[in-house]
Design a protein around this ligand. Structure first.
Ligand code: NDP
Length: 486
């Protein structure tokens, strides 16, 4: 809907406006009259044009598209949008950087958000992923601390190398993700030229009630393309909106970006004895253990018409699940199940789901929730309580996901480690699979940043994590840091 047809300019209440150039004054050259309602309204609305920006993932771009299922997956999930090959589902995908503010540059070294909303016939399914398969930490309890180190220091007002490396050095579980981030894929050339990952493990369950653990991969059909640090530094200055512009212009040209969608499936019974804790967000499931299975194609083919309405006000939550898809005990995921909804209730409001970009397309939303700011009156005079004797919504009796077994006493403890788990093993694997020239750039990128810290103990702790991932990695990094720090 656009409200910009030619016709008389009006006030917000719809009355015609006589003069949009001059405020009404008391006499020629006299003070402005407060009865110039049009002036009051314009200034008041202008003052309220911004809503709080997202604390993380503030800077982003989005597009609509289509997910096409290309193979039958009903043996693993009863989700209706995954029910038969050839089925198509509308989607909205928001890409983002993580640490930068709303107006920050796109071409920076940072993970990218890959937040996908499927408008399914059973309600919205949000897969709030990233362009990396892993993350820096394993427990949401550490998330605010981690993000504080990425954002502006309370005293200097800038991101500080000391804070970043102090936290990473003291959080060895970050070593895998940091190795990934400072490798070539840490600065994608555009949103089109990177993969997306669901990252967390989720539960799929089929009609018979059998449960599976699943990981999602979205492999770019445009090919992986990255920027070097030097290229990114230039581009961030010349065109801070580079990734947003690239996405919009490609879609305008009819070059619709697409991703091949794959899943890794683990039978529920494997989880307890798998060599890595399958719910640890700092680890992948090696492809050799659970080979990726191609299930679909994701295409982006329509730009939003209004960035504020559709991108800034879009909301995503990993708690938006549909029948046949459920959470896992991943401690980061458990925290996110709360944090995303909470962020949007604060940022956009309690009725954010009434906005077109957020509204489920094919289901009728039937709740007893009512009122609140900007409530659109959708329930009319229907009863707003249950049980009632007047009809209305009823419960289905079938949970979206299958039960998981738990045992033991309540406790504050790290997620259990499995036979081959430690904080460094997969960082080492990643280092060793990089070709020699990429290893060189990885070392340079890391050393350039670590060299900026003010204290030797912080630098040494940081280097030591990479040493434990791979002795050659540590040796070369130590030499490079020493060369820069003198
Ligand atoms: P495989 O050899 O089967 O797969 C290697 C994976 O590494 C591919 O997914 C590849 O992505 C990706 N990759 C290649 N170069 C880079 C890079 N510079 N930065 C990040 N990723 C890269 O090995 P495994 O499955 O045993 O995994 C080995 C390591 O690969 C892991 O420790 C992890 O760091 C990384 N990785 C693993 C993924 C997984 O789900 N198993 C997913 C992504 C990365 P592509 O196919 O797009 O080239």
């Amino acid at each position: 809907m656009t409200v910009s047809e030619t016709g008389p300019l009006t006030t917000e209440a719809g009355a015609p406006v006589a003069d949009n150039q001059n405020s009404e004054t008391a006499g020629l050259g006299g003070p402005v009259l407060i009865q110039t309602q049009h002036l009051i309204e314009k200034l008041a609305h202008f003052n309220r044009e911004r809503i709080p920006e997202r604390i993380v993932h503030a800077r982003g771009a989005g597009a609509y598209g289509t997910f096409t299922l290309t193979r039958d997956v009903s043996q693993w999930t009863r989700a209706a949008f995954l029910s038969e090959a050839g089925k198509q589902t509308e989607v909205f995908l928001r890409f983002s950087t993580v640490a930068g503010n709303l107006g920050s540059a796109d071409a920076v070294r940072d993970p990218r958000g890959f937040a996908l909303k499927f408008y399914t016939e059973e309600g919205n399914y949000d897969l709030v992923g990233n362009n990396t398969p892993v993350f820096f930490i394993k427990d949401a309890l550490k998330f605010p601390d981690f993000i504080h180190t990425q954002k502006r220091d309370p005293y200097s007002g800038s991101q500080e190398a000391d804070n970043v490396w102090d936290f990473w050095g003291l959080s060895p579980e970050s070593t895998h993700q940091v190795t990934w981030l400072f490798g070539d894929r840490g600065i994608p050339a555009s949103y089109r030229h990177m993969n997306g990952y669901g990252s967390h493990t989720y539960q799929w369950s089929n009609e018979a009630g059998e449960a599976f653990w699943v990981k999602y991969h979205f492999k770019t059909d445009q090919g992986i393309k990255n920027l070097t640090q030097a290229e990114a530094n230039l581009l961030a200055g010349e065109d801070p909106d580079s990734h947003q512009r690239d996405l919009r212009e490609a879609i305008e040209r009819g070059e619709f970006p697409s991703w091949t969608v794959q899943v890794q499936i683990m039978p529920a019974a494997d989880a307890a004895t798998y060599r890595f804790n399958p719910f640890d967000l700092t680890k992948v499931w090696p492809h050799a253990d659970y080979p990726p299975i191609e299930i679909g194609r994701l295409e982006l083919n329509r730009n939003p018409e209004n960035i504020f309405a559709e991108v800034e006000q879009s909301i995503f939550s990993p708690a938006h699940l549909v029948p046949g898809i459920g959470p896992s005990p991943d401690k980061m995921l458990q925290g996110r199940l709360f944090a995303y909804g909470d962020a949007h209730r604060y940022r956009v409001g309690i009725n954010a789901d009434h906005l077109p970009v957020n509204r489920p397309h094919a289901t009728t939303v039937r709740t007893h929730s009512r009122d609140g700011a900007l409530y659109d009156g959708r329930h009319g005079g229907a009863k707003n309580y249950e049980p009632n004797s007047f009809g209305g919504p009823f419960e289905t009796g079938r949970p979206l996901w299958e039960p998981s077994e738990v045992s033991g006493t309540t406790q504050y403890s790290a997620a259990p480690t499995h036979a081959e788990d430690n904080d460094f093993v997969q960082a080492g694997t990643l280092y060793r699979l990089m070709p020699e020239d990429e290893k060189g750039r990885l070392i340079d990128n890391l050393a350039g940043f670590i060299a900026k810290v003010s204290r030797d103990d912080i630098a040494e702790r940081a280097v030591n994590n990479f040493r434990q991932a791979d002795p050659d990695f540590g040796k070369r990094l130590e030499a490079a840091v020493q060369a820069l720090r003198g």
